[in-house]
Design a protein around this ligand. Structure first.
Ligand code: SF4
Length: 226
């Protein structure tokens, strides 16, 4: 399930992955994320959802816009109130936090909460290698590993301007499990959906369904897949 609406996710998903600027920034059980979001972006999305509006009476807007981001540091920094409040701006600008595991099945990419930094790093840049509860019980049905998609948005003369819409996105889905992918427009959700449906090629990474690499299906298998 791919949406910008946390209310839909709360009603239907077992787990949630929150995307910002082509990266997954937080992932975990849907109920836990809704009740206690940890990443500042997730907190803003939850505060902006109708679920919270029901108690507070108003929707909160997220300051700023998702747009071109720096190639170093945290991509959410220009919009992040926590970096300033906690005196982390310099660190956040200098180095992008990696995804680290917190309590339970919770993963977070933020310098404000790196208490579990000593936990084993994911296999790659995003959330690879962290099986969900369902995936622990059985091999995951869908495995998305380090998926990359880059668009050339043009530029003057030979200066091509490349935008990385997906930057090493990884997650897994167990059989019978519902996973919600949440983020604003431009976060990479729809691009990822197109990759999963084989409607557009990946520039890197791999997606397997029931152990089969979807990039190398036979014509007959591709028809069944669709
Ligand atoms: S790493 Fe820094 S800028 Fe990024 S979300 Fe966390 S506190 Fe904010």
């Amino acid at each position: 399930m791919i949406t910008h609406d946390f209310g839909v996710v709360a009603a239907l998903a077992d787990r949630v992955a929150v995307m910002y600027a082509g990266r997954i920034v937080e992932e975990g059980q849907a109920a836990a994320i809704m009740s206690a979001p940890l990443h500042p972006y997730t907190q803003a999305l939850v505060a902006a959802s109708l679920l919270r509006a029901g108690t507070a009476g108003t929707l909160e807007a997220i300051a700023g816009m998702s747009g071109p981001h720096a190639t170093t540091g945290c991509r959410f920094l220009p919009r992040c109130p926590v970096a300033v409040a906690k005196g982390l701006s310099r660190r956040c600008a200098g180095e992008e936090p990696r995804m680290v595991r917190g309590a339970g099945d919770r993963w977070l990419r933020c310098w404000s909460d790196q208490r579990e930094a000593a936990a084993p790093a994911p296999q790659s840049g995003a959330i690879a290698g962290k099986p969900s509860a369902a995936a622990i019980a059985a091999p995951p049905l869908v495995v998305v590993r380090d998926v990359v998609k880059t668009y050339d948005v043009g530029g003057l003369f030979w200066h091509a301007r490349l935008i990385r819409s997906l930057d090493k996105v990884s997650f897994s889905i167990g059989a019978g499990e519902a996973v919600g992918l949440v983020g604003e427009s431009g976060s990479g959700k729809s691009t990822l959906a197109r990759m999963l449906l084989r409607l557009a090629p990946m520039d890197g990474g791999q997606v397997t369904v029931a152990g089969q690499d979807i990039a190398h299906l036979s014509a007959a298998a591709a028809r069944r897949y669709h």
